[in-house]
Design a protein around this ligand. Structure first.
Ligand code: EAX
Length: 323
């Protein structure tokens, strides 16, 4: 076969749209239509458009690159460039992230936005650099609610002995232990474990119950809103530092815009989701005894989980800021 002259090859390649594009791999653990994917899709379209296809984003969804802990490890190593990852699993990489998963911390979305988009949120994003992540911004999973198959939960007494799946996070495990449940850390997805009764329940925002059809396998839901669960949108620090300042700005801006879009989209749909879950037969406790739940977990801030001085100081500032 005749060899194609190098020059001609270059001309040919340059003519192909996106031939010189830098490909960016982004990992999420959930399926299309899920909160993390909505951020990822929006980011992809914004970045590809704004960079005039200088970047292409390849989204790996449904845990095709592994669970959230494994995705984070690959981002640390730089084999994946970005991830939209739920707050929980970060706490084994950097305990400072526990602060944002603190129970009953934010009273509403406005307060969560104000703090996470402000200097305290920045402190957490910045801290992640020590573990090899460039923390870009927060998008959201949402306020987490308890579901289970045993009984209607109205107060902490009803939680006693329930086998609850929690994220891979020491804080989440401690919250449910303190409430009297029997928590088991398990990575996402958990449908089979719920279906087979290995666990009685789980806790997640409303979109999860709808998108993953938990109404088919979970009878009871309680609007506990016990933890506001953000995603942290991160990049590999080594990779990010090698980009030009202009590319860094473009990526940072695109992911922030995508996060803002997704938070609104998520919140706009919640009333409709709740109605649908009831219609599908879930028995919902909308007004549980939150005062008792709060009282039970009030001592968490003095536990060893928060004894690291950096973590303790930031938790103190955070608790002050939400007063
Ligand atoms: O977004 O593991 C979890 O419970 C997360 O909330 C899950 O990724 C769904």
């Amino acid at each position: 076969m005749k060899r194609i002259p190098v020059l001609m090859l270059i001309v040919l390649l340059a003519a192909l749209p996106g031939a010189w594009a830098k490909t960016l791999k982004l990992g999420v653990v959930t399926k299309p239509g899920s909160a993390q994917n909505i951020v990822a899709q929006k980011f992809k379209s914004l970045l590809e458009e704004r960079s005039d296809k200088g970047f292409t984003v390849k989204i790996f969804h449904s845990a095709s690159l592994g669970n959230e802990t494994e995705i984070l490890q690959q981002i640390q190593m730089g084999t994946i460039q970005m991830g939209i990852i739920t707050g929980g699993p970060f706490d084994t990489f950097d305990p400072i992230v526990r602060v944002i998963n603190y129970p009953f911390l934010f009273k509403d979305y406005a307060q969560a936005d104000e703090i996470l988009d402000g200097p305290l949120g920045d402190e957490i994003l910045k801290s992640l650099e020590t573990s090899g992540f460039k923390g870009l911004c927060f998008s959201e999973n949402g306020f987490r609610n308890l579901t289970n198959n045993k009984r209607a939960v109205k107060s902490p007494e009803d939680v006693r002995g329930l086998k609850i799946r929690v994220m891979s996070s020491a804080l989440h495990k401690t919250i449910w232990q303190t409430l009297g449940a029997n928590p088991t850390p398990m990575p996402w997805p958990i449908y089979t474990e719920l279906e087979q009764g290995v666990i009685d329940g789980q806790e997640n925002p409303l979109w999860v119950m709808e998108v993953y059809k938990f109404h088919e396998i979970q009878k009871y839901m309680t609007l506990t809103r016990h933890v506001y669960s953000p995603h942290i949108d991160v990049a590999s620090l080594t990779w990010f530092n090698e980009l030009s300042p202009a590319d860094q700005d473009m990526i940072s801006q695109a992911i922030k815009d995508a996060a803002r879009f997704q938070r609104k989209n998520n919140r706009d749909k919640n009333a409709q989701r709740l109605a649908l879950l009831k219609e599908k037969g879930m028995s919902v406790v909308e007004d549980p005894d939150i005062t008792s739940f709060r009282a039970k977990v009030a001592g968490l801030k003095d536990m060893d989980l928060f004894k690291d001085s950096r973590v303790k100081t930031l938790l103190g500032k955070m608790l002050e800021a939400v007063k």
